[in-house]
Design a binder for this molecule. Structure first.
Ligand code: ZN
Length: 318
């Protein structure tokens, strides 16, 4: 059902990734057609060279998201960015991830060949009871941080915080962080893959430890860390059938939309990158279900959704 829109919804075929900490959920629960029992990440809306999504159908079928960005800037409201700015992932961790930290844009530009830094955020789609996540650290100043790292006092240094389904976590550059086993998240991040590994629990891969990046980590870790209380926010009591802004920073704005019946809103942003977390429904007459990722382009106009489903959507500032 079109309402005079000249633009159409752009569904993407995600790129799935194999990771030693991955599992089978992304295939078995979300239906992504990928072999293996080590699927850790679904890059749902990505124009990154390491996982550039392909348009599934319609006018732009077969084109890469990066090609649309280059060749059809009107779909993104002619944004003044040098690349598609975001990357949306679903991450299924069946094992603890290594403990990491990301640089900001300035550090990455200087030390990582002009890459963007990485600000990211997580919406907890599912986790076990009594789950925790690693966010921040317990060092009071630079000297103590360096000492704890040099002496391998990881238990003391690493800070773990309880999490629940529906929590939202903003991870600014410089924040020590890691997902623990049995956690499913929707990640919205800058379009970057620059990660410094601080600690890997002493694990071995093919008989040897994975590379750590201690010096770069120490360069970028924020000391002291943001308080534990300010690190995790519970997203609840949102109004149904409307676009609820749950977070906004310089790098992105994130919305949650819980459709129960009918929802309608105007697409007034440069673009909206949408991911269906749960349920099924329709978007302007097109069937969608859990695991679908699509772009609502600039100038699309009014969006009508029906059904019973939850979505996370994101965009950037002009
Ligand atoms: Zn990260």
């Amino acid at each position: 059902m079109k309402k005079g829109n000249s633009e159409e919804l752009i569904f993407l075929v995600p790129v799935c990734k194999h990771n030693i900490w991955g599992g089978v959920k992304l295939r078995e629960e979300f239906g992504y057609p990928v072999e293996g029992n080590d699927i850790g990440e679904c890059w749902g809306i990505s124009a990154h060279p390491e996982g550039d999504g392909t348009v599934r159908d319609g006018r732009y079928q077969g084109r890469k998201l990066s090609e649309l960005w280059e060749g059809h800037p009107e779909l993104f409201g002619h944004l003044q960015y040098d690349r598609y700015p975001l990357l949306t992932k679903i991450i299924d961790a069946q094992d603890d991830l290594s403990i990491q930290v990301h640089p900001d844009d300035a550090y990455a530009k200087e030390h990582e060949n002009g890459s963007l830094g990485k600000t990211e955020c997580w919406y907890i789609m599912g986790c076990k009871e009594d789950a925790t996540i690693v966010i921040g650290h317990n060092a009071k100043d630079e000297a103590e941080l360096k000492e704890m790292v040099a002496q391998g006092r990881w238990q003391e240094l690493i800070r773990e915080i309880p999490i629940h389904k529906g929590d939202f976590i903003q991870i600014d550059p410089g924040t020590v962080h890691a997902i623990k086993a049995d956690t499913l998240i929707l990640e919205t991040q800058q379009n970057s893959a620059i990660t410094y590994r601080l600690y890997d629990y002493g694990r071995l891969q093919n008989g040897k430890p994975r590379e750590l990046h201690i010096d770069k980590s120490l360069d970028v870790i924020t000391v002291p860390a943001k308080s534990a209380r300010d690190s995790v926010e519970s997203i609840s009591n949102l109004l149904e059938n409307q676009l609820n802004q749950i977070y906004s920073c310089e790098k992105y704005t994130v919305f949650k939309l819980d459709v129960n019946g009918n929802a309608a809103f105007g697409q007034s942003y440069p673009f909206l990158a949408a991911s269906v977390l749960e349920g099924t429904g329709q978007v302007d007459g097109k069937e969608v279900h859990k695991g679908d990722h699509f772009m609502i382009p600039f100038g699309y106009g009014n969006v009508e959704m029906k059904g019973s489903m939850s979505l996370i959507l994101s965009t950037v500032e002009r």
